[in-house]
Design a protein around this ligand. Sequence first.
Ligand code: ZN
Ligand code: ZN
Ligand code: FE
Length: 680
Amino acid sequence: MAWDERAPGGAREFCIETSDERAGGDGVAISADLATCDACLTELFDSADRRYRYPFINCTNCGPRLTIIDATPYDRARTTMAGFPPCDACRREYADPASRRFHAQPNACAACGPRLLAREGSGALDGDALVHAARVLREGGIVAVKGLGGYHLACDGTSDDAVRELRRRKHRDDKPLALMVRELDGAARLCHIDADEETLLSSPARPIVLLRRRAGAKVAHEVAPHSPWLGLMLAYTPLHHLLLAELDGTPLVMTSGNRTDEPIAIDDDDALARLAGIADLFLAHDRPIRTRCDDSVARVIGGRPTVLRRSRGESPRPLVLPFPCRRPLLALGGELKATFALGRGATAILGPHHGDLEDHHAYRAYVDAIAHFERLFAIRPAVLAHDLHPDYASTRYAGERARAEGLEVVAVQHHHAHVAACMAEHGLDEPVIGVALDGGGYGLDRTIWGGEFLVGDYRNFRRAAHLRPVPMPGGERAIREPWRMAVAHLRDAGIDAGNRPEATLRVLCAMIDRRVGSPLTSSMGRLFDAVAAIVGVRDEARHEAQAAMELEWMATDLSEDGAYPCVLAGVDDTLVVDTRPIVGAVHEDHCGGVAAPRIARRFHSTVVDIIDTVCRALRDATGLETVVLTGGVFMNAIVAAEARRRLSDRGFRVRSPAATPTNDGGLSLGQLAIAAAREV
Ligand code: ZN
Ligand code: ZN
Ligand code: FE
């Protein structure tokens, strides 16, 4: 906190002075975007109000923020509202301390503000744009809707034909799509919603919330095939409210406006070019979007609201580090679900979600966003922190920029960053037992880690225990084809992989035995894949962690029903969890006719047993009582909730990420904390 003293200026009433541009930047606070407030909603649907049906109504309590701000200090002239000079009525509200719109920078009305526009094919349509959009949606068409942080693609969420067509045009596999409904009532008709979930759904950030689907909910099968969960969000802009009102409560699929893996479109010309082959109609407007921001995603796990993707409505709300950064820092995150983090003093600012940086467009968007955030928050990094993986695009960025600008770099091991992120979120600054379970990250020994128990703090850690490493035949291909992991694990356990075409199997076994193109991995995610493939859930994954998620869905309906053996072996002073007896028992159950849901349930209990057993062994060895549970595997609600409960019962102090993602979206925060700690 900084302040200076001024002599009285002679003002006779309360006023807010015009910002001094030179004073801007340092320590600026920029709000995240806020969902339309109740007061604005009432006006929106009040035929006597001067903003009746005005799609850009907002006030000091709601509306766009981060996504329209071009520079600081935050004044209309430095937002994408600069091109809309306010009319007299709006100007009066802006200047009136008694008005809800006192100093609301994006304040506008139909006379002076942004306008809606419907565009079909090459030309703009006359008449009410909302009526046109609603007609296309009702007829089963696809509409590109310009939102706060980018374009959405919308279609009727009750029509299988419409959703199937959307998937086809977007090149989207069967990965679940999010739905938008107007109000809580509409959400409650589709899903079971408890009090925590209700709070999360209606919070100003309006994340997509994963909710348990009601039997017989009126939703197209194609929205989330075979999933007991639906991702729902409530309308969060006046435009959404008007559009959904026009459709009498029909839930809309609202998915990011892009072709799969590309970044969400924000620029109107770019959207028109990239989405022309997907959308039948564009529902657009003339208020530019400055910052790309996908919807945030959250889930209540074991009674705790947990962010899975921290983006629109959450970024750039600052996080407080347990200690200050001595110099300004930039942490670059991972490769998938990429985020970056800027650090100055004890403040960390996480950028929005940027998806998979392997995609060139996503990478460009990420680089541009870093530059924008550095300017916006006036942070010039002196140190760049990145993942240890040499081939991540974020690692290459760090290297290139460090060379060009003469900056220092800090390489951070992937799972150490996972653990540190959780520690930083909870303000821990002490040695912990860090349980980092995920799909995989580059290890210190150059193998792929992912079933890790680390002991340490921000500065140092030791790999105290891990799953027994097995080959990943075909490397990346083994991630897309879980049956390969099944063969690898079965072979490791000395079991014949059985019913595969002979030739395919021979090739794979040769790869495994000769260790050709088969890096070693201790990944828990890959063990999930192997078990899923053994019990016949699926052989190929069309999107990340698909097999593992389906195994979780299967396991939810059964009560505790035994578990497979958890055997620890010591190698030097490192514990190794032997996966062979587990895989052997899974295989035996499967061959013995035990139903897949029961095996899935037993396997989940086994994972909890492993966490419990290893943590107790490490507590005995080190005296540490604080456990951090992190990594993408903890998006699995059964593992997360049951491990937490078990460890708490054993007297551990348990912490897991809630305000930041437990998956790779949280890595940048962990890298930042580690780099800062090493500076002190
Ligand atoms: Zn409002
Ligand atoms: Zn106006
Ligand atoms: Fe990870």
